[in-house]
Structures are given as structure tokens and as C-alpha cells.
Design a protein around this ligand. Sequence first.
Ligand SMILES: Nc1ncnc2c1ncn2[C@@H]1O[C@H](COP(=O)(O)OP(=O)(O)OP(=O)(O)O)[C@@H](O)[C@H]1O
Ligand SMILES: N[C@@H](CCO)C(=O)O
Length: 412
Amino acid sequence: MRCRLLAPPTAEPGTKDEEANTTHEERIARAIIPVTGTGCASPTALQRSAEQNVDAMSASSSARKFKVIVPCTSSNIGPGFDVVGLSLSLYLTLSVTVDPSASNRAPTLAYTGEGAAEAPLDPYKNLTTRTALYVLRCNGVGSFPHGVSIQVHNEVPFGRGLGSSGAAVIAGILLGDALGKLELPKERLLDHALMIERHPDNVTAALIGGFVGSYLLELSPEETEAKDVPLSEVLPEYPPDAGEEWGKDPPTPPHGIGHFIRFGWAKEIKVIAIIPQFEVSTAKARSALPKQYSLKDLVFNLQRLAVLTTALARSPPDEYLIFQAMQDRVHQPYRKHLIPGLPRILASVTPQSHPGLLGICLSGAGPTILALSLNNQEAIAETICDEFKKENIDCKVRFLEVSTEGAQVVEE
Ligand SMILES: Nc1ncnc2c1ncn2[C@@H]1O[C@H](COP(=O)(O)OP(=O)(O)OP(=O)(O)O)[C@@H](O)[C@H]1O
Ligand SMILES: N[C@@H](CCO)C(=O)O
């Protein structure tokens, strides 16, 4: 088994995003928005030859097998709304076979695990494979290679604030890169991901691994305007018939649109995810946020985030400092109506009531609650589950590790 670890993180990407009221399909549409004003060139000689290369490579070799493994992520960690993400040990895994002797033109998809009943098996509708096709088409390869079959095993629950969509997008980015043998550098992979999921926190942490901070460059007014181009205009729903060409080409992402840095993470800090058994869509949770904030609330969060990123790297961790630094006034207060009992749940465990507790927050857009602790994990989880139970909500508890490696492609 040969492991192709992606290139080490060196730089950064970015854009700003307004995702409220959008579905993932619409977000993909945005991915395809001509942000540079110059889309991929329509199938040129270069594109055709890239496609022929991929097919020729497939045809001349035996079946190729590889895995794409992407961790889940918890973003925000209290005050770091849309800024920080933590990569954790639940994984989305694609087991991919490219068999030149198989005749299927479109990839076949099979799912097990979380979301198996909901995830589309049509590769032109599925978030991961559509993302892969976007990467291929932006890089001169007009279609999937023949004979691709993908077995998905997913441990990341949908719509719970654990970055399932970010993981699906990163899996698609790496899938496209691997199928096209593109070998894009990590920064360029991230550019493509940021065209789809416009807040960088989840996708960056999923790609890079560990505890990561990121920001996006502002789009120009023309680029911002262009983001309303509908999906149907930029990426056809169905593949063309043999010999026909795709319609309009998707725009390539601008280069270096996001920027990131990886922080340290003290090895003593343990992570507990308390996962309520209901979904909150990120789009809905984003639409609950105000358009404007008071200076007081922004300063409240900025002060805490500045302290938090260093405090979580220090050994031994300072319980009081971290607990205070994980307070938030930018997103959690506005999402409380989406998660029954949220203020009470967040107040249910403190370093005083549960020695060893470092902090508690909403994971991503919720409804999962993330607790950081030095010990006492079971008691912390039990108390939070009991609080949810008062609202007639069952929870699953996961004791997780920080996943330091980030997304990987493993050749078999
Ligand atoms: N493995 C997957 N395959 C296909 N689609 C997926 C996959 N994972 C997530 N999705 C899509 O993403 C949706 C969930 O995304 P959403 O942004 O609402 O929540 P999340 O990413 O789990 O949470 P958060 O962004 O708060 O961390 C699912 O309903 C599904 O449409
Ligand atoms: N930072 C994002 C993460 C969800 O994907 C939010 O809280 O809306």
C-alpha cells in the first residue's frame, strides 16, 4: 500500500460567503460562478489531450485502486465563527476502483454508514462526485474516466455541525485530482474547495488536519455579482451523450483565494462530541444570523479568539483561561431557537461543576455540542445528554481524537 500524503501546508486561500438559504446543489452552482470572469476554456486541444491521456492511462494498465480518507471537522470552537476548524477522528472514506475493462461511463456509487439512505447515488447529483467532476473539468479533463466505481463509507453524520458537507467536498476535490492524475498542490486543491463551500473553516481543517485558522480574500464586485449564476447554466445536470460536448464550462477558481495557518493543540486536551439525533442545516443556521453586529460583541469575540488559539496549544492547559475564551456572542445566541435548551445546555457544565472541563461550545452550526476537557469525560457527556433528554432529544456521544494528518489519498 502506497500512501500519497498531500503536500505540506504552506500557504493560504479565501473569499467571503453568504450561504444562508442555499442548498448544497446551489452552493455547487456558486462554485461554478465565474469569479475570475474567465471560465475554463471550452474543450480545447489541451483538454482533449488531457482526457485522452487519462483514458490511455486507464486502458494501458490494470485496475487501479485507491482510497480517499477525509476527517470530520468542528468549526468555530466558540468565538472563531468561520475562522477556526478542528479536524477530528470520524472519517468519510471512498474506496475507488478504476477498471479499464469495465465499460461504465459514469462512476457507480454505493454508500454505507451515515447518510446512506439520503446520499444521491447518481454521480451527477452527488456532492462528492459533482465536486470531482468540477475539478476535472477545470483542469482540462471533460469527463470522468471510464470504469470508475466508488464505495463510500461515511462516519460523519449529516447536518449535525461536524462538517459532513466540508468532508464530502474535500473528498470530491481529492477524487477529481486523483482520477485526473492532476497532482494539484494543496493550496490549489483548497482554491477549488473554496469555490464550493465558501466559509473556509471546515474545508481547510479537513484538508490540512489539526487545529487550523483561515481567512478568505474578498471578491471583487464583479466576482460577487457573478456568484448568482445558476447551476444549470454552468454545469449540466446530466452528462452529454457519447461524442457530444458539455455545455458551458465552469469557471476555474482564482489562485490563492484562501490563507491558513495551523495552530498547536495541547496533547492533554480531549474532545467530546455530544450529537443530538436531529439535523440543523447549515444554510438555515446561517440565515438565523444578523447582518450587523455591535462593536461590543465583535470585540468580545476577537479578544477571546486571540487568546484561545494560543491557550489551546499550551501545556498544561489553563482551564479558567480556555473556558472564558470559548464564550461567543456572534453565532450561538442567534441559533438557540434551532437547538432546544441550548443556553441551559451550554451552562450545564463548568470547570467548577465538572473539574477538568476546559470549555463547551456549539460545534459548527450545531446541533452537536463540543466539550473540551482534561478528564471527567463520561460525567461531562452524561450531564449534557441529560439536559438534551429534558427536551426529549436523544444523543450519541463520541470521544474523539484530533486528526492531525488531514485528508489523504492512499494508493493500494
Ligand atoms: N458524504 C456525503 N455525500 C453526499 N452528500 C453529503 C455528504 N455529506 C454531506 N452531504 C450533504 O451535505 C448536507 C449537510 O451539510 P450541512 O452543511 O447542512 O451540515 P454539516 O456540513 O454536516 O454541518 P456543519 O457545516 O455545521 O459542520 C447533507 O444533507 C447532504 O446534502
Ligand atoms: N462556520 C460555519 C460552520 C458551519 O459549516 C457556521 O457556523 O455557519
